[in-house]
Write a protein that binds this ligand. Structure first.
Ligand code: GDP
Length: 349
């Protein structure tokens, strides 16, 4: 039984009155109250989530880096210890020895050229060099004629399925129609997981039997998208196989079959888990040999990732990081922004 807590407090004959309102004022009040109520309901349904920013989410990466930066800034001049500390900061942050050395060589040249003598100017030069090295377009390509096909590749557990869900949400939020292809037929529950994301964002899902042929599911999804006039096909692929078929051979086949369909493959996105650091690079090398990877989605850059892997990917593989995962929920996928990323790494607050 629901009890009205106010009942019995005021005797029923008491009527609370106020100054007389004109009918127009009354109508305006009611409209305002209804609008406020609707807003309130929205708040209940959807907690207001702060926008995922590099600054807010790169916790480990920032704490690793900012200690070194603080120490360098507290020195009165630039000496060999300063350079050692810079190098150590980069290596600790997962940049990798090769890329760190290259980066610092360029900075040394700049320091000489511009006659830089203070740590503040040195740090500014390092930031500029990092930003320049990471700059580039992060746009995801679309074909002139729909559907565009974006394949997602990567080993199990890196966040492929989640990323497809997040990308699907972005696309549908911006008015594009999306078909998801459950091409990871070897991981139990991958199709269900993708189905949940598809429901959530209003995308269609094409799936097949467990253990079925991923290529044919993706081919069917492209055909279905073409028939419906859908804009983008987001295709999940296997990250590990139960059969003896080599994963890389399988992916090469997926790519060939996808290319034969009624759509155009415009992106092959390699999903890498930032917390695996330099191991991720090894995976990346294998995948780039099997398919023409067009860009990287770096997931889990929140949490324990140290961030420098972004440089390693760019300088060792020449591939752009296009998207970054900063958390598990739908809105935690952002375009990679070199300036924002570098500023966040060095931020001392
Ligand atoms: P898949 O095997 O590659 O399809 O990986 P899943 O999409 O199933 O993701 C594996 C786990 O990583 C799940 O628990 C995800 O919620 C989590 N995950 C994915 N992306 C991110 C991210 O950007 N940040 C964090 N913290 N977790 C993520």
């Amino acid at each position: 039984e629901i009890v009205d807590p106010m009942s019995g407090i005021l005797p029923p004959e008491v009527v609370i009155t106020g100054p007389e309102l004109t009918p127009e004022e009354e109508a305006a009040n009611i409209a305002a109250a209804e609008a406020a109520e609707l807003e309130g309901e929205d708040d209940l349904l959807e907690e207001p989530v702060p926008r995922a920013t590099f600054r807010a989410r790169l916790s480990r990466a920032r704490s690793t880096f900012s200690g070194y930066v603080g120490s360098i800034l507290s020195r009165s001049e630039i000496d060999s210890d300063t350079w050692d500390e810079l190098e150590e900061a980069l290596i600790r942050a997962d940049v990798g020895i090769g890329p760190a050395t290259e980066l610092l060589d360029s900075v040394r040249a700049t320091v000489k050229e511009r006659g830089i003598t203070t740590p503040v100017d040195l740090i500014a030069a390092v930031k500029d060099e990092m930003k320049a090295r990471l700059a580039g377009s992060v746009e995801l390509a679309r074909a002139e004629k729909s559907p565009s096909v974006w394949l997602f590749v990567g080993v199990n557990g890196v966040g492929k399925t989640t990323t497809i869900g997040k990308v699907g949400k972005r696309l549908t939020d911006s008015g594009s129609s999306v078909v998801m292809a459950a091409g990871d037929t070897f991981r139990a529950a991958a199709a269900e997981q993708l189905g949940t994301w598809a429901d959530r964002c209003g995308a269609d899902l094409v799936r097949g039997a467990e253990g079925g042929d991923p290529s044919s599911i993706i081919f069917d999804a492209i055909a279905s998208a073409a028939a419906k006039g859908a804009d983008v096909v987001l295709a999940d692929t296997a990250g590990r196989l139960h059969t003896k078929t080599n994963l890389m051979e399988e992916l090469a086949k997926v790519r060939r079959v996808a290319d034969k369909g009624d759509g155009t493959v415009t992106e092959v996105l390699l999903v890498l888990d930032a917390t695996t650091g330099q191991n991720g690079l090894q995976q990346a090398r294998q995948f780039t040999e099997a398919t023409d990877v067009t860009g990287v989605v770096l997931t889990k850059l929140d949490g324990s990732a140290k961030g420098g892997i972004v440089f390693a990917i760019r300088s060792e593989l020449g591939m752009p990081v296009k998207l970054v995962g900063l958390g598990e929920s739908a809105d935690d996928l952002v375009d990679f922004d070199a300036d924002e990323f570098v500023d966040a790494l060095f931020d001392q607050e």
